[in-house]
Structure formats: structure tokens, C-alpha cells
Design a protein around this ligand. Structure first.
Ligand SMILES: [Zn+2]
Ligand SMILES: [Zn+2]
Length: 250
């Protein structure tokens, strides 16, 4: 599976894009920067998998649907936890803030369909990818994911404060090769990280101790642009910092 970073930051500024990743060519993980991929790639997406319903993760889902209107041959599947889907339906794609694309039907059927994903069970995604959603410590129906494909696996925290189960489950997988950990604030704002259910470098290190897998490549993402330099300095050599446009093979 190719894993490509479209946006990996926890803020939107001139040079900072909210989270969107491509898993292969047919699955997008979060839609914070969904409109930033070429239109032919948007047309080919089958599924948008949401970690949670916060605005920086669903922001451009509406633009994705609008951009691909008239170009898709079937509905776009939007997957998330029950709470996440209900927030998107009630507060975003509700026919007031943005059209309810699940009720807009063309000859190809509805333009959008919602699918609630199970917790703690493997489910299949297009492109031969398997995913497991694990509840994490953050609001808006938040889930982290473990992905496996072609004999390798990665763990992806999504937005979270200190949490345990996802690291325990992933740490038990011998095929694990990558761990993606959010890190929104520098250590001087550790209190803010705790009250907002996010991580800072010292907390991210504590999470990696729970994973217990020093053999696995560690990536820190969801950094906030204006706090980036000090956060990166504190992360040091323990974490790689991905850039938009980077690609990885799982
Ligand atoms: Zn969030
Ligand atoms: Zn976020």
C-alpha cells in the first residue's frame, strides 16, 4: 500500500494543510485537505475514512463532493464511528451549511453513502487494505487506526490525548513497521495538550513507551505551524516529521 501525505498539520495557514492522507489510490484518510489533490484522483476515490468529526479533519469533504459531482460513477463512501457520522450528517452535510449529498441522487445513485465502521474488528477497504478502528481519548467520535496490507502494518493515532489500547494492540503485531503519533503542542503547553486531548513531545514519548517497539519507525504529525519549530526541536531524533507530498510504502 502506498501511503501519501496530502496534509499533515494541525492548523491551516499559507504553508500548512490540515490532515488528509491517501491510502493507495481509492481511500482517503481524513478530508482536511481533500481539495488539494488533482481532480482525477478525487474522481477515483471510493472511500473517505474519518478519524473524527472535528473541522480540521472533515473541512474539505464538502469540496471533494462538489468537485466530483458529475464525474463519479458511484457514491462516495464516508466511513467513521457512529458519533462521527452523526455529527457530519447533523451539522455539516445537513442541507443548510452544505447540501445533503446522501439525498442527491443521479443515474449513478446517491452521491454519498455513510457507513458506520465497527470498533476493534478488522474490516476491508478498497485496494486490499485492512483496518481496525480503536477508540482513542479525544472528542467528536475519535478513533485511531491500525492498517495492514501486504504483510506489513502501521498504527495511526489520529487526534488523541494520552491513550493505551491502540498502542497495546499495535505493539503485539510483529509485522508493525510504522507508528504515526499526533503531537500538537510543545512541552511548555503540556497543560493545554492535556485539557484539549492532544499530545506534546514528552507525552508522545510516553505513548511510544506503551507501544514498546523501538524497532518501528516513528512519525509525529498534526503539528501546529506557529509552534512547529519548538515542537520539532523537542521531538529531536526520536521522531521523523513528515512533509506534505511525502510518500511511504507499507
Ligand atoms: Zn480533533
Ligand atoms: Zn485535528
Amino acid at each position: 500500500m502506498n501511503f501519501r501525505v496530502i496534509g499533515c498539520e494541525g492548523s491551516r495557514l499559507e504553508d500548512s494543510r490540515p490532515v488528509s492522507m491517501l491510502l493507495g489510490s481509492r481511500v482517503m484518510l481524513d478530508a482536511g485537505s481533500a481539495g488539494c489533490v488533482p481532480p482525477e484522483i478525487q474522481d477515483g476515490l471510493d472511500t473517505v475514512l474519518l478519524t473524527h468529526a472535528h473541522l480540521d479533519h472533515v473541512l474539505e469533504l464538502g469540496f471533494l463532493l462538489d468537485n466530483t459531482s458529475g464525474f463519479r460513477s458511484g457514491p462516495l463512501t464516508v466511513m467513521g464511528s457512529r458519533a462521527c457520522i452523526s455529527i457530519v450528517r447533523e451539522h455539516y452535510m445537513n442541507g443548510r451549511l452544505w447540501p445533503d449529498f446522501s439525498r442527491i441522487t443521479t443515474a449513478a445513485g446517491p452521491m454519498l453513502r455513510y457507513v458506520e465502521m465497527p470498533d476493534l474488528e478488522w474490516f476491508r477497504l478498497p485496494g486490499g487494505i485492512e483496518a481496525m478502528a480503536v477508540p482513542v481519548n479525544h472528542s467528536a467520535g475519535a478513533r485511531g487506526f491500525i492498517f495492514r496490507s501486504g504483510g506489513a502494518a502501521m498504527v495511526y493515532s489520529g487526534d488523541t490525548g494520552p491513550t493505551e489500547e491502540i498502542w497495546r494492540r499495535a505493539g503485539e503485531m510483529p509485522e508493525l513497521t510504522m507508528a504515526w503519533v499526533e503531537c500538537s503542542f510543545p512541552d511548555r503547553l503540556r497543560d493545554l495538550a492535556m485539557v484539549s486531548d492532544h499530545l506534546c513531545p514528552s507525552l508522545a514519548r510516553e505513548q511510544m513507551a506503551l507501544l514498546g517497539r523501538p524497532d518501528v519507525a516513528r512519525f509525529a504529525f498534526h503539528l501546529k505551524r506557529r509552534l512547529r519549530d519548538e515542537t520539532v526541536a523537542e521531538l529531536g531524533a526520536d521522531f521523523r516529521i513528515p512533509a506534505n507530498g511525502d510518500g511511504f510504502v507499507l
